[in-house]
Design a protein around this ligand. Structure first.
Ligand SMILES: C=C(OP(=O)(O)O)C(=O)O
Ligand SMILES: [Mg+2]
Length: 556
């Protein structure tokens, strides 16, 4: 009998195929004592394995490019952490085998991370993945990870490490389902960048039987286990219709009555530009520059290297708009040279603009690099700061832009509830707002975005979040300024209509979502979007808001 399950749809599309589980078996090497004279040999084995795994992750990163590359490189650096290596060597000196020493050293590092707060919860999966790779290599067994299969399949995992997500072959992996990971987690963002249908935060996902056929809808989060032939056919038909509707809809983003809402792409660097251009992005609404900095988290890239990377992106959108976010270091994206290592709660600590104000030289270098990169190009450059809390923050950022001689629009991200509540005062200092709904949801609901079990609270349909979005958009309209959305909320096609109805002036998302949003927006008038927004805000829960908006839009 067909069973229907529900998770959180994070990457559009329908996948139907057999379940294959990720090779996540934790390899626990035996704890046996080795003679002291074998220590140097074991230490050399451990070093070789660590270096090989780090090189492999680096190579996978080079292959993947874009945001995935930065994440894989960060993992490679994790493997090479000198403190971890000296702990491994110390354990071997007192009688451990190389594999057991690696296993134990990672376990104690993991415990430290897990107790140290917010960002680290998201990083534990990455760390486990690095450990599994090194231990597998030392034990001479196959690497854990994406299963070997010549037949296309639906991948099931507890959580996908960035290393695996990056290497998913879209011709073999029809889609994926994970038990963990929130709708705004790294895995979800990367899935969208890859264009693979995905559902996250699905309790019990890993208990699905290997080989059973499932149908996965990455838009609704619905999963059918063992669907009948008839049901499969129905879903295939639905997917084909959606696809046809998508390719029929081209051109700039607009409602059916011609109200323009530019559709922009979220990118992590030049490698993400081709997909954005192919999806018809009208520009870039969020260039997450910290991905350029993750290459080597011990020092900032040189001004010249930054100029080159920014120019590549700016050149790709002549006459288009490119919104560059200055470095958002800290919390889920720590950088050694910026982020204090001893924060009790990094998400509430020195991150984003706060971190840049503590390191003015880093911000000035970045702003100067942007000024040089844009010189002579016809692009509309806009620069914005992450984690702006109040008018003092907004003024400090605008002053920094002026000091750097940057000729661009300066803006503030609205990611902290205070910024939405007092958007009008922030707009005294900057020329535009951009709603980072991922963090805005995290801070509004006090719900860590990396934690899958809190997905309900990170749902962008939460009426409280819609209220804050409406506040920011209304304030921007009153001052004649723009207010876009660049958080994952913009990638939900129906929510995109609601955001438009709330007064948001542009929508920026992972490139693969653009055709879906464009096609859905084109079906409704601005007045319908406005009514859908009001109906959603009149409810008390995310599910009710979703249902109310859909009801208005379907004309029921
Ligand atoms: C766009 C956002 O920024 P990031 O996901 O990079 O924190 C956000 O918080 O919504
Ligand atoms: Mg953010």
């Amino acid at each position: 009998m067909t069973e229907t399950l529900r998770g959180v749809g994070v990457s559009h599309g329908v996948a139907i195929g057999q379940v294959r589980h990720m090779g996540t078996a934790v390899l626990e090497p035996l704890a046996r004592q080795t003679p002291t004279e074998e220590a140097p040999r074991e230490q050399a084995r451990a070093r070789q394995a660590v270096e090989a795994v780090a090189a492999d992750l680096q190579a996978r990163g080079n292959l993947a490019g874009g945001e995935a590359q930065a994440v894989l490189e960060a993992q490679s650096l994790m493997a090479l952490d000198p403190e971890l290596m000296s702990d491994v060597e110390r354990r071997i000196t007192v009688g451990s085998t190389a594999e057991r020493a690696v296993y134990d050293a990672f376990a104690s590092y993991r415990a430290l991370l897990a107790n140290a707060g917010d960002y680290l919860a998201g990083r534990v999966a990455d760390l486990d993945d690095v450990r599994n790779r090194i231990v597998a290599r030392l034990m001479g067994v196959p690497m854990p990870g994406v299963p070997d299969s010549d037949e296309p399949y639906v991948l099931i995992a507890r959580d996908l490490a960035p290393a695996d997500t990056a290497l998913l072959d879209p011709t073999l992996v029809l889609g994926f389902v994970t038990e963990e990971g929130g709708p705004t987690s790294h895995s979800a963002i990367l899935a969208r960048a890859l264009g693979v249908p995905a559902v996250v935060a699905m309790p019990g996902a890993t208990r699905m039987a290997e080989g059973v056929v499932v149908a996965v809808d990455g838009s609704t989060g619905e999963i059918l286990v063992d669907p009948s032939e008839e049901k499969q056919q129905e879903w295939r038909q639905l997917a084909a219709e959606r696809k046809a509707a998508l390719s029929a809809s081209t051109g700039p983003g607009q409602t059916s009555d011609g109200y323009r809402v530019p559709l922009l792409a979220n990118i992590g660097g030049p490698a993400d530009v081709p997909a954005a251009v192919a999806a018809g992005a009208e520009g870039v609404g969020l260039f997450r520059t910290e991905f350029l900095f993750l290459d080597d988290s011990t020092t900032a890239p040189s001004e010249e290297a930054q100029v080159a990377a920014y120019r590549k992106v700016l050149e790709a959108f002549p006459e288009g708009r490119v919104v560059v976010r200055v470095l958002d270091a800290g919390a889920d994206k720590p950088l050694d040279f910026m982020t204090p290592g001893d924060e009790p709660n990094p998400a509430l600590g020195v991150r984003g603009l706060r971190s840049l104000l503590d390191h003015p030289e880093v911000m000035q270098t970045q702003l100067r690099a942007l000024a040089k990169a844009v010189a002579g190009l016809p692009v509309y450059l806009e620069v914005m700061a992450p984690m702006v809390a109040d008018r003092i923050d907004a003024k400090a950022f605008a002053d920094a832009c002026r000091t750097a001689g940057l000729s661009a629009k300066f803006g503030a991200m609205v990611e902290i509830p205070s910024a939405a509540l007092r958007a009008r005062s922030i707009l005294q200092e900057v020329e535009f707002l951009s709603l980072g709904t991922n963090d805005l949801a995290q801070y509004t609901f006090a719900a860590d975005r990396q934690v899958g079990s809190l997905a309900r609270l990170q749902d962008s349909w939460q009426p409280a979040l819609l209220d804050l979005i409406a506040m920011a958009a209304t304030a921007a309209k009153a001052t004649g300024k723009s207010c876009g959305v660049c958080g994952e909320a913009a990638a939900d096609p129906v929510l995109a209509c609601v955001l438009t109805g709330l007064g948001v002036t542009s929508l920026s998302m992972g490139a693969s979502a653009i055709p879906y949003v464009r096609a859905t927006l084109a079906k409704y008038t601005l007045a319908q979007c406005t009514r859908a927004a009001a109906a959603a805000r009149a409810t008390d829960t995310a599910d009710e808001a979703r249902a109310a908006a859909n009801q208005v839009l379907s004309g029921e």
